[in-house]
Write a protein of this length. Structure first.
Length: 136
């Protein structure tokens, strides 16, 4: 069994309506050394982001599924997060690789995008690239 890293690489908020996706992402990101919080929908993600920012321990990156049936998806959530924090770093995630937001994520306020199914190394690279960006 691999030892968990001691030092956090950063604080990540992951939003997806599917419990299995949240559970899997939690395991993957913890293995890569990230501290992770999970949200099942847009309202919960906004609350978690706002509370973390107000407590002085903001998230470094938010990863959001664009489609949340019956709830706020990533496209709506990013607009709310930009109101709370104009410098928010967010990754759009979708099963539709030709989605305009995935293709041109920066136009919609995202820092990066990942199409599902994604490779673990691909996800880690996108996360690292965004974490090391100095400007939005």
């Amino acid at each position: 069994m691999e030892k968990e890293p001691c030092v956090s690489k950063g604080k990540v908020l992951f939003m997806d309506d599917q419990e299995i996706a949240r559970s899997l992402m939690e395991r993957i990101l913890k293995r890569f050394g990230y501290e992770i919080s999970l949200a099942k929908d847009g309202a919960e993600a906004i609350d978690l982001y706002k509370n973390a920012k107000e407590s002085g321990m903001p998230f470094d990156v938010v990863i959001m599924d664009l489609t949340i049936p019956g709830g706020m998806g990533g496209e709506e959530v990013i607009q709310k997060l930009l109101e709370i924090d104009p410098k928010v770093k967010a990754i759009a995630m979708s099963g539709y690789s030709n989605d305009p937001i995935i293709v041109n994520c920066k136009k919609y306020g995202f820092s990066g995008s990942v199409a599902k199914p994604y490779g673990i190394e691909q996800l880690n690279k996108v996360l690292q690239d965004i974490m090391t960006e100095t400007s939005h």
